[in-house]
Design a binder for this molecule. Sequence first.
Ligand SMILES: [Zn+2]
Ligand SMILES: [Zn+2]
Length: 188
Amino acid sequence: MTRLLAQTTTTTGDDSLFGGVNDFFESGTWLVIRNMSLFFVAVFWLATAFWVYKDARRRIDDPWLVAMATVLGLIPPFLGPIIYMFFRPPEYLDDVHERDLEIKAMEERLSQGELQCPVCRADVEPQFLVCPVCTTKLKQACTSCKAPLDAVWQICPYCETPVDTPTIVQELDQWQIAEPRRRRQRSE
Ligand SMILES: [Zn+2]
Ligand SMILES: [Zn+2]
């Protein structure tokens, strides 16, 4: 009698457990949890695709390629954005544009013939005798009127004193003239 009673209790215990699990899966709570999970997965999926779209717009100029990247961000879900990250352009368009502007400005400055110190690359004026930054001797002063003289001048144009050009200054000056030309050739 006691054994039988014990048996029945265990059976009813099992039944109530499985019944509870079945009830749970059939109940509204499970439906709500399942729907919420699906909803969050869908939101996360759309968010990753939107991130791909935003990132592609900052990196890619062509609207068709941006559209293709966005489609890749949507399909396959979650894997698409990872594939996109492998193949996306490494630089932002803004950075590329900024660098182009900098290069253009540098080229303009070189073509305008602005002088630079051959040692430290600081901007120098044509009448400077020494570089104010690194104190490199740039030009020789006229012995009579102290005017700055170009290396190729044979006579001071201000006071007609003949120029006695030291070779070091001449070499520096030639190097300074040749350097921008060489750099421009390389950038072409
Ligand atoms: Zn200098
Ligand atoms: Zn002079």
